[in-house]
Design a protein around this ligand. Sequence first.
Ligand SMILES: Cc1cc2nc3c(=O)[nH]c(=O)nc-3n(C[C@H](O)[C@H](O)[C@H](O)COP(=O)(O)OP(=O)(O)OC[C@H]3O[C@@H](n4cnc5c(N)ncnc54)[C@H](O)[C@@H]3O)c2cc1C
Length: 154
Amino acid sequence: MKKPISIIGAGIGGLTMAMLLKQKGFEPTVYESAPAIQPVGAGIIIANNAMQIYKKVGIHHKIEQAGNKVSVMKITDAQLKPLLVMKLSKYESVYGVYNVAIHRAALQHILAEETGFENIVLSKRLAQIEKNENYKLGFEDGTMKTFFSAILQT
Ligand SMILES: Cc1cc2nc3c(=O)[nH]c(=O)nc-3n(C[C@H](O)[C@H](O)[C@H](O)COP(=O)(O)OP(=O)(O)OC[C@H]3O[C@@H](n4cnc5c(N)ncnc54)[C@H](O)[C@@H]3O)c2cc1C
């Protein structure tokens, strides 16, 4: 039987964790306080080290296609005269992934799809966590969920 796991927050961190645990055979449920996963935020850069994680779980191509590969980064002055130029191609060839500029919402959508929208519960704000023998998650709407504590071994 798959072990259920609760994750609070359907942001980049929560959804990445949910997707990873799902691939490892767990049954994650993500509780998100917002009523919808809306296209909020701005462009962010997913660095090579983070892309290596997404490569391990097989979604780096999806992220690259939804964003723009960044092979050179420049720090410039106000007139756009380069002060520092960083070529990233060395890391691309070593690790087989790119730095990717992507809208946060596009990344979040990919991660939500991989997690499965059916595993994301919206309008559910965590209010408290109690720990006695088990863990109890208390939500703002008055509902409660009880979990057995578990030690995860990798
Ligand atoms: C301006 C800015 C620029 C950034 N640029 C970059 C960048 O270029 N590259 C990069 O890698 N990172 C960047 N970051 C950092 C990156 O956005 C964060 O590291 C990342 O979003 C953290 O993910 P998270 O899931 O922990 O939090 P979030 O993405 O903030 O998600 C948290 C989620 O939890 C929900 N939530 C909160 N409280 C509760 C509750 N009590 N119950 C239920 N749900 C709850 C929220 O509604 C939200 O959906 C940037 C951040 C900012 C602010």
